[in-house]
Ligand binder design. Structure first.
Ligand SMILES: Cc1ncc(COP(=O)(O)O)c(C=O)c1O
Length: 424
């Protein structure tokens, strides 16, 4: 049955049935929260060994540095090596920060606004207009940073292998377009993995702004659900090869490897950019949490150690993602009213309803006790022009809740779609 091929009478019948199901669900007084991509408690348990003394030992780094005391602005050598390996770069290309990569992104753009991207560039805050390319759907906090800093956002469609490059190449001819956001692997929310071809295009494209910067948020670089993390061309390398060595600012963290809020964040870039960034970071802090750096380095050990740890996460997450896909297929497969992603990694399933339905679907699910990320959150200024994208975050709820929550979502989608088609 395809809803679009049903007569008005048949649609009315479907609508009545689904409304009855909805009422039954309301009477269950459900209370589920699917709003944010947080790890479940059994995922957090995987890193509980970090909590004791086991991985701190005598609190000395391999170099002999006393980790209980001040110092070492960019991270102890073993954590720099580990984070560089995770980000596919070299220790001299990284600054290990505090607990949050988002914080490092905000700080980076603040530096650009106040001081410029290099000693001889104009601070962006002194310019009439600064614009950023924002592949959509995307991450709400990226958009919020731009909004807070007064950076005008230009949405560009995120296709299956990366942003619509035709559009990007046109936009970068404008000198006010100073940069773009990207989540290159298992993108939030659509799970897209950028192709090497598009990565090389982004690295080599001619930009009117000499200080054009790619904010490359590789938050899910090792967060695979298939057999292994997807291999991908390294942007820092690609930019260097293309003669634009300072274009890439890459970010990552162990937030969804160990503990969100108590992990380790990293910024990676050219050696020149690293030096420039540190010249300001030295005014902000004497050093980050080296005890946390030491225990993370000892606990995760090396790149293979990270991947082995991520496999344990994947074992917990695969059934949850499969549950979402199973219910969507069972309820909505072939109905012609919903598109959804089948991600190979990351934290989300992204769905597109019929145009004009997403806000209503989320509101109906909410009224039934199931909270989803607000519709529009995946777009700049919270405005999804087609009002159709919803982000599903399957990681936090237990499996039984997840089945029920997605069932509620499906019933709401059927009701809103039938109503929409009846209006036409
Ligand atoms: C794309 C993306 N970047 C960054 C973050 C936050 O990272 P951190 O905990 O390192 O600040 C998230 C968290 O949801 C995310 O989805």
């Amino acid at each position: 049955m395809n809803y679009r091929q049903l007569s008005k009478e048949e649609l009315k019948e479907v609508l009545a049935q689904e409304k009855k199901r909805y009422q039954e669900l309301v009477e269950k007084n459900l209370s589920y929260d699917m709003t944010r991509g947080k790890p479940g408690s059994n995922q957090l348990d995987l890193s509980n060994d970090l909590l004791g003394e086991k991985y701190i030992g005598n609190a000395k780094a391999a170099s002999g540095t006393e980790c209980r005391n001040y110092g070492v602005l960019d991270g102890i050598p073993e954590i720099k090596k580990l984070m560089a390996d995770m980000m596919g770069t070299k220790p001299e290309n990284v600054i290990v920060g505090g607990n949050s990569s988002l914080n490092m992104m905000f700080d980076t753009l603040m530096r650009f606004m106040v001081f410029g991207t290099s000693a001889d560039s104009t601070p962006w805050g002194k310019l009439d207009k600064v614009k950023f390319i924002c592949p959509v759907p995307g991450y709400d906090r990226h958009f919020l940073i731009c909004e807070k800093l007064g950076i005008e956002m230009i949405p560009v469609e995120l296709q299956e292998d990366g942003p619509d490059m035709e559009k990007v190449l046109e936009l970068v001819k404008d000198p006010a377009v100073k940069g773009m956001w990207s989540i290159p692997k298992y993108s939030n929310p659509s799970g897209v993995v950028y192709s090497d071809e598009k990565i090389c295009q982004l690295a080599s494209m001619e930009c009117a702004a000499p200080d054009f910067t790619i904010m490359w948020d590789d938050a899910y670089t090792v967060h695979y659900l298939g057999d292994a993390p997807a291999k991908q061309k390294n942007l820092i390398e690609a930019c260097a090869e293309a003669g634009n060595p300072n274009r890439a600012y890459v970010f990552g963290s162990t937030s969804k490897i160990t503990f969100p809020g108590s992990g380790i964040a990293v910024l990676a870039s050219s050696v020149e950019n690293i030096k420039y960034s540190l010249s300001y970071i030295t005014a902000q802090t004497i050093g980050n949490d080296k005890l946390n750096q030491l225990r993370h380095a000892n606990f995760l050990k090396d790149y293979d150690g990270i991947v082995a740890h991520m496999e344990k996460h994947a074992e917990i997450l695969r059934p949850k993602f499969n549950a979402v896909l199973e219910v969507l297929e069972e309820e909505l497969g072939g109905l012609g009213i919903l598109e959804w992603t089948k991600p190979q990694g990351g934290y989300f399933v992204s769905i597109n309803t019929l145009d004009g339905c997403a806000t209503k679907v989320v509101a109906m699910a909410n009224a039934c006790g199931v909270k989803f990320t607000p519709a529009g959150a995946t777009f700049p200024y919270r405005k999804d022009p087609r009002d159709r994208n919803i982000r599903i975050a399957p990681t936090l709820p237990p499996l039984e809740e997840l089945y029920e929550a997605i069932r509620v979502l499906c019933v709401c989608i059927k009701i809103c779609s039938a109503e929409k088609l009846l209006e036409a």
